[in-house]
Design a protein around this ligand. Structure first.
Ligand code: FPP
Ligand code: ZN
Length: 412
């Protein structure tokens, strides 16, 4: 529960946790994080004004560019997520407006083509079984590159067959053959199918209704029906419904209430679920829900909608990312004391971008905290690549033939 107000270093009223005298492991952890964040804010504001906050662009670029060529042993555990590493790095670079040399782009295309499975879809590395998560990451990475070579890597016929092989009778998708079902797979499938012009009604029959069943009593969306609401799943569910044009199946106002409640009143960043800690990556997964909700509520003619900004504190989020999530040596992270990594670099920058750019209808409004050079490129709230790259991919694949699904072979 939020409670006692502390001095507002950034001009913002911060509310510290009040545990009403009932201390628990959870409240102790939360207080510890607030103490650390308070220390970071105090140290900064002792010598600077919040308007002097700087995004360490050059340091981040150095970290990202090196990661594209060489990874430390710490990344061994991500050997099944190599297309993700390509996507996290390429998207971070595009947000920072750093062009990709042609030779590097071509090397990434070739690498990803080795990750593509003869069955369709992409695996986590060359020769690995296909899986929907690296498939999503590979398609996004190739759309960011956006060259003929990149688009030609994607075998659309096989990709459609692969997506169809994962489709379940209740409308959901498996993450991989014989794997688990959750709302991530519906988003990954809808995202790659829509970018590559394969959004066939048959493939997604029942999917929107299945996703809507994942919205629970909290108002957020869980991994499967009946599970705890979480920012990662809520983003996937909502974004998939936007792609399928079925957002109205959700109770949007209840989702809005849940999502806005996940912005931490002291730290300014977001938590992933109720009573958990702030984490920089939710700057995208949670804050990304607000542009999607804005769009959906606007379409429904919701009168209470603000046209001045997203329905979260955009400055508070920027403050958290710039002050608490930057590694001085480059790269971004979850919270002070944690190590940098490419996942958090990508999603902290994506969240920073969302918090800087408001756009609805004809109204565009930028609010860049700190020095003007902190400005990032905008990101597409559904695909999380720049809107221009998403549009180019859609235009490119619209020129390709519409593919139809072969009926599934009957079980013997
Ligand atoms: C909880 O982790 C995290 C999850 C249960 C899943 C998160 C899902 C995503 C981030 C979405 C992934 C999206 C795609 C497209 C594959 P935790 O318990 O370590 O963290 P928490 O304490 O912050 O909840
Ligand atoms: Zn995280």
């Amino acid at each position: 529960m939020a409670g006692a107000a502390s001095s507002p270093p950034g001009g913002r009223r911060r509310l510290r946790l009040r545990d009403d005298g009932v201390r628990s492991d959870t409240s102790a952890e939360q207080s510890k994080v607030e103490d650390i964040v308070q220390e970071v804010y105090n140290t900064f504001t002792a010598n600077h004004h919040i308007s002097q906050l700087v995004l360490h662009r050059e340091k981040h670029l150095h970290y990202l560019k090196r990661g594209l060529r060489q990874l430390t042993e710490a990344y061994e555990c991500l050997d099944a997520s190599r297309p993700w590493l390509c996507y996290w790095i390429l998207h971070s670079l595009e947000l920072l407006e750093e062009p990709l040399p042609e030779s590097v782009a071509s090397d990434v295309c070739q690498f990803l083509s080795h990750c593509q499975s003869p069955q369709g879809g992409f695996g986590g590395g060359p020769g690995q079984h296909p899986h929907l998560a690296p498939t999503y990451a590979a398609v996004n990475a190739l759309c960011i590159i956006g060259t003929e070579e990149a688009f030609n890597v994607i075998n659309r016929e096989k990709l459609l067959e692969y997506l169809n092989s994962l489709k379940q009778p209740d409308g959901s998708f498996l993450m991989h053959a014989d794997g688990e079902v959750d709302v991530r797979s519906a988003y990954c499938a809808a995202s790659v199918a829509s970018l590559t012009n394969m959004l066939t009604p048959t493939l997604f029959a029942g999917t929107a209704e299945w996703i809507a069943r994942c919205q629970n009593w909290e108002g957020g969306i869980g991994g499967v029906p009946g599970m705890e609401a979480h920012g990662g799943y809520s983003f996937c569910g909502m974004a998939a419904l936007v792609i399928l044009k079925k957002e109205h199946l959700l109770n949007l106002r209840r989702l809005l209430r849940w999502a806005t409640g996940r912005q931490m009143s002291f730290e300014g960043g977001f938590q992933g679920r109720c009573n958990k800690l702030v984490d920089g990556c939710y700057s995208f997964w949670q804050a990304g829900l607000l542009p999607l909700l804005h769009h959906a509520l606007y379409a429904q003619g919701d009168e209470a909608l603000s046209m001045k900004g997203w329905m979260f504190d955009q400055l508070a989020l920027q403050e958290y990312i710039l002050l608490c999530c930057q590694c001085p040596a480059g790269g971004l992270l979850d919270k002070p004391g944690k190590s940098r990594d490419f996942y958090h670099t990508c999603y902290c920058l994506s969240g920073l971008s969302l918090a800087q750019h408001f756009g609805s209808g004809d109204i565009q409004r930028e609010v860049v905290l700190g020095v003007p050079e902190n400005r990032l490129q905008p990101t597409h709230p559904v695909y999380n690549i720049t809107p221009e790259k998403a549009m180019n991919a859609v235009k490119h694949f619209l020129q390709q033939p519409v593919l139809s699904l072969q009926p599934k072979a009957a079980a013997i």
